[in-house]
Design a protein around this ligand. Structure first.
Ligand SMILES: Nc1nc2c(ncn2[C@@H]2O[C@H](COP(=O)(O)OP(=O)(O)OP(=O)(O)O)[C@@H](O)[C@H]2O)c(=O)[nH]1
Length: 917
């Protein structure tokens, strides 16, 4: 930004013969006035100055390691005898004056260097501090002070404190000013949405519940911010709303950008305090008389003046000696970096062409005007014999946005702001904004109230303007007799405009003073004009003092003010963030304290629940298996005894009867299988529920409940085994001897017959033994009787037995069939197969939620574990941050004390003595 200014840095300030043996690049600057011969004491000071080369100062007791100021240096000393040659009285006086001036300059330079070095070191320390803050901000996003939101109807603050404000925003600026703080309230800065009053209740509740990211910021703190204040303008949102709508990380990155800008600015400040030339920016509203004022200072009509807006580019007026003594204008190409030795960066014009370049020009944005000063070294500001000064005439502030922004940006690189305000119009809004912005780093602003001649009620005008100055820059107001001047620039006699090209090129008188050829027919003024000239001369003396004698103030004060403001911000930021880190630390420590037992319990629960589940499943399955087995066994065994509800249709349908019986028995068995399945289903539901209870107990809301439909169980495999059984009915199934014998006693006659038939049948079947029996009987009964009885008896007995057996079919057949079914089922291991099928199915069903619960428990343990790791990490980071910000509080306070100890306020030793008339 200031590159074009660097070129002038290395220039010596030759007086008299125009040569100076001391290069000004790396050593303190002062000038030799007159013949250039120095006395012994001046030589001593010169040597002292040479040793005090700035940053390498070897003193111990001073500020920041810089040698302490020795007041003895400022004492008046007798002029030492220095020349063996006898001199005339006039010559001696001249030499004595020169010596005194050199001494005074050197003393001032020493004093100046001491402060310069102290400030330079402080700048370095602050840059380092900011860099470390940037690093910390990257790893632990810093909390940015934000203000508490209140109702949008909060009245805007009428008189905001100085701060960095957006350059081209004139309306609604006040909206970014925070409302008065509500004492004692703590609020999160980055609560994004839903903070409006309609949600007040729930927001409050939420805040009480989740104090996760504490923001201990009050509006008060936010207002204290100046340099690092985030300048956020986006759509309709004001700064406060915007800060509230941003994520913590976004704010941290905005802060990062702000820090980068501050570092850049600090480096340019360092460059500026090391640069021995001074830049005076003359700015103000359109048509306030800036050009007229510059011309009056130069006593030459160089810059075009007009009632209409005319200055559209920055015009920097420099001493022609910086251009080899040639008066000319270098109009710098847009976007080019000015280099006097490289003509491709600018176009050369004569002074008389200036009007063309300055008025409504789009080709250039700035020009350098090299001018031979018509005034003497004691009067001139440009050619003052102490430091190189350039005067910059800027475009009117309220001309257009781009130009206004350029002026705002420019004020950061200049040392002294001379603000021209129209006596008739007072301070406009843009003017106020400019002064507020400038006040961030410049404690004092030189204010020229121009056009005072046009004011009738001068007293009222003075009173009103001074009141406004008091509000805008209290420090300037405090020294208003030196820094606020009411003048009429156009009343100052000036040399005529430069002659057109082809003339002698030297615009004005080189004799110095208000010589012949000036516009004003009454150079020193008479009557009213005399008063105006005196006022202006008073202004000039003040300005000279401000720029030269109080150079430290004008040159170093911006750096000091900026550092003090910045360090104040850093201190606030550090305090806030230390508190945030501390409360974050407390929060996570508490969280860890709570988390540890939960994690342990969770691990334990995981192991226990896993065993529990296994036991539950095993017990349930075992119970179901046992139940199914016993139920089916008894059902199969009892099949014959149960009332199957199958009527005996008679002998003719005995086979159908047998089929129906089989069917009924198998159905009975199937029914008991179904009953077992139903029992298993109930048990499964109980099992699933108990797993669910375990899940809810240990996982709470984290437990994912699986929907379980018990009716889907056993749908496919039911009865398959029972239906597969094939049982043939054969004839003997109808004659179940064991059943018949069991029942024979109940029926006596049939029993006798059956016994006979059995005996006879048995013997007949058994062999020839029955013949012996028959012979025995024949002997008793007699052969004839026997012959008569035997045949019908046998027949009757046979018939009786047959009838009896046939009658026993409904009783004997079921048993017989039941046995057959039982045998058949036993061969296919029906009972075990079904019990196993049902219990296996239950196991399978129970395992699903059980596995799900296990996974949930495992996940819960893992989540808690990683949460613990995360919390430990946050605790570690918070600890580091707390420590860092604690150190930052001390460090920033220490540097701030050092900077504040640099006294730029008191009278600067040395130079005053040389210049006080
Ligand atoms: N009465 C009176 N008129 C003045 C005074 N100073 C300047 N003027 C006149 O006011 C008009 C504007 O003066 P300029 O010096 O061009 O004002 P400026 O601020 O440089 O204007 P821009 O560069 O366009 O912003 C000119 O006509 C001047 O003659 C003053 O002290 N009293």
């Amino acid at each position: 930004m200031s590159q074009e200014y660097q070129k002038g840095k290395g220039k010596d300030v030759p007086l008299g013969d125009g040569t100076n043996p001391h290069s000004r690049s790396n050593r303190p600057q002062y000038v030799t006035v007159g013949s250039g011969s120095t006395s012994e004491s001046a030589g001593r000071l010169q040597a002292l100055l040479d040793n005090d080369s700035g940053y390498e100062g070897s003193g111990r007791d001073g500020i920041n390691g810089v040698p302490a100021w020795n007041p003895a240096l400022t004492e008046d000393r007798p002029t030492p005898e220095h020349s063996p040659m006898p001199l005339s009285l006039g010559q001696s006086n001249e030499i004595a004056d020169n010596d005194r001036r050199i001494q005074a300059n050197a003393i001032h330079q020493l004093w100046y260097n001491q402060h310069r070095v102290a400030l330079g070191r402080s700048i370095n320390r602050v840059v380092e501090t900011l860099k470390s803050l940037q690093e910390m901000n990257a790893s632990w996003p810093a909390t940015y002070p934000s203000v508490q939101r209140s109702e949008s109807s909060t009245p805007q603050r009428g008189d905001p404190r100085p701060g960095l404000v957006h350059t081209n925003t004139t309306v609604g600026e006040g909206s970014s000013i925070s409302p008065p703080p509500r004492p004692g309230t703590i609020r999160r800065a980055q609560t994004s949405i839903g903070e409006d009053s309609t949600e007040a209740e729930s927001s409050r509740a939420a805040e009480q519940r989740v104090p996760a990211e504490p923001r201990l910021i009050t509006a008060q703190i936010a207002q204290e911010f100046s340099i690092l204040k985030l300048d956020l303008k986006l759509g309709a949102l004001n700064q406060v709303e915007l800060v509230h709508s941003l994520e913590k990380n976004s704010i941290a990155s905005l802060l990062d950008g702000k820090i980068t800008t501050s570092i850049k600015h600090l480096l340019s400040l360092r460059e500026r305090i090391e640069d021995t030339s001074s830049k005076v920016l003359v700015t103000g509203d359109l048509n306030a008389g800036k050009s007229a004022f510059c011309n009056a200072l130069l006593r030459r009509k160089v810059l075009p003046e007009d009632q209409q807006p005319c200055t559209s580019i920055f015009c920097e007026v420099l001493d022609a000696r910086e251009n080899g003594g040639i008066e000319e204008v270098h109009a710098i190409h847009k976007d080019a970096v000015y280099n006097r030795h490289d003509e491709s960066t600018y176009d050369v014009f004569t002074l008389s062409d200036l009007e063309k370049i300055v008025i409504d020009n789009d080709t250039y944005t700035q020009c350098k005007i090299y001018l031979q000063d018509v005034r003497s070294i004691d009067e001139s500001l440009l050619n003052n014999g102490v430091v190189d000064i350039s005067i910059i005439d800027a475009p009117g502030l309220n001309s257009d946005t781009t130009k206004t922004t350029a002026v705002f940006a420019r004020q950061e690189e200049i040392d002294v702001v001379v603000f021209i305000v129209s006596a008739a119009n007072h301070f406009t809004q843009t003017a106020k904004e400019f002064i507020w912005a400038a006040a961030a780093e410049k404690a004092y602003i030189f204010i020229v109230v121009n056009g005072y001649d046009t004011i009738r009620d001068k007293e009222r005008c003075q009173k009103m303007i001074l009141e406004q100055v008091g509000g805008l820059s209290p420090r300037t107001f405090k020294e208003s007799s030196e820094l606020v001047h009411f003048v009429s620039s156009n009343a100052i006699p000036t040399a005529p405009p430069p002659p057109p090209p082809g003339g002698n090129g030297g615009g004005g008188s080189s004799s110095g003073g208000d010589g012949p050829g000036f516009d004003d027919p009454d150079p020193k003024g008479k009557g009213k004009d005399k008063e105006k000239i005196q006022d202006f001369e008073h202004l000039e003396r003040s300005l000279r003092r401000f720029v030269l004698e109080k150079r430290a103030r004008s040159k170093l004060a911006p750096a000091k003010t900026y550092l003090v403001n910045l360090l104040g911000d850093i201190h606030t930021l550090a305090t806030v963030n230390k508190d945030v880190a501390q409360s974050e630390l407390d929060r996570v420590s508490k969280e860890l304290q709570d988390l540890e037992p939960i994690l342990e319990a969770s691990k334990k629960a995981k192991a226990e629940v896993s065993d529990d589940i296994d036991r539950t499943i095993e017990a349930t399955c075992k119970d179901i298996y046992g139940h199914t087995r016993s139920t089916l066994t008894s059902s199969i065994n009892q099949a014959a005894n149960d009332d199957l509800g199958v009527p005996y249709p008679g002998l003719l349908y005995a086979f159908d009867y047998a089929d129906s019986l089989k069917e009924a028995m198998l159905s009975e068995i199937s029914a008991s299988v179904a009953a077992c399945e139903e029992h298993a289903r109930r048990k499964t539901v109980e099992g699933v529920n108990s797993i669910k209870q375990l899940g809810l107990l240990h996982l709470g809301n984290e437990y994912t409940n699986l929907s379980f439909k018990s009716d889907v169980m056993f749908q496919r495999k039911r009865d398959i085994l029972a239906r597969e059984i094939e049982i043939e009915t054969d004839l003997w199934d109808f004659f179940d001897w064991s059943t018949i014998l069991q029942r024979q006693e109940k029926f006596a006659g049939a029993g006798m017959a059956l016994t006979v038939v059995t005996a006879v049948g048995g013997r007949m079947v058994g062999g020839f033994g029955w013949i012996d029996g028959a012979l025995g009987a024949a002997k008793v009964v007699g052969h004839n009787n026997l012959r008569k009885l035997i045949i019908p008896g046998v027949i009757a007995a046979a018939i009786t037995a047959t009838v009896y057996i046939l009658n026993q079919i409904p009783h004997s057949l079921p048993q017989r069939l039941s046995n057959k079914i039982s045998t058949q089922l036993a061969t296919i291991d029906y009972v075990h197969a079904n019990s196993d099928r049902i219990s296996s199915s239950v196991r399978k069903v129970l395992r699903f939620p059980a596995d799900n619960l296990r996974v949930g428990l495992q996940r819960s343990v893992e989540q808690l574990g990683s949460k613990r790791e995360e919390t430990r990490k946050v605790r570690g980071e918070s600890e580091v941050a707390r420590k860092y910000f604690g150190n930052l509080i001390n460090e920033s306070a220490k540097i701030k004390n050092t900077v504040e100890a640099i006294d730029l306020e008191g009278p600067a030793p040395g130079v005053a003595a040389a210049y006080d008339a």
